[in-house]
Design a protein around this ligand. Structure first.
Ligand code: AMP
Length: 125
């Protein structure tokens, strides 16, 4: 069920638990403020999630409340993860589902990186 992106932060969400080391995650790259892990149910040959380490529910929350350092760090790690996985060689897609209409399922901001195959149109009508 998609989440309400304006909800309070839930400390028990699955990515919070991975960030605390309570659940495993396959780490692709990491930095001071961010972590990149493989998606558990990949929708493309390369499917990575980039998470801020801080407690941000959504892109909406992060863009309004994160520090410039956290925002720069996340953007840099997205690029680094794309290069590390080879997604950068032929192109890739970056996506942040946000809230109910965006189809966000986990209430901790995550940016998807898809690559490794042609990705088709952005949305189908
Ligand atoms: P979204 O619909 O944008 O909220 O995407 C949530 C993503 O999290 C989906 O692509 C899931 O496959 C992925 N996911 C859920 N649980 C895990 C997990 N334990 N480790 C890695 N990825 C996960």
């Amino acid at each position: 069920m998609p989440i309400d992106h304006k909800q309070a932060y839930d400390e028990q969400n699955i990515f919070a638990r991975i960030l605390r080391g309570e659940l495993p995650g396959r780490v692709v790259a990491e930095s001071e403020h961010s972590l990149a892990i493989e998606d558990i149910n990949p929708l493309a040959p390369i499917h990575v999630l980039v998470l801020p380490r801080g407690a941000y529910v959504s892109w909406d929350d992060f863009s309004a409340n994160a520090s410039d350092a956290e925002i720069a760090d996340l953007v840099r790690l997205i690029g680094e993860a794309a290069r590390k996985t080879g997604a950068d060689t032929q192109g890739y897609r970056v996506l942040a589902n946000t809230g109910k209409r965006g189809g966000q399922e986990v209430p901790h901001l995550h940016v998807h990186i898809f690559g490794g195959q042609p990705l088709g149109p952005m949305l189908s009508r």
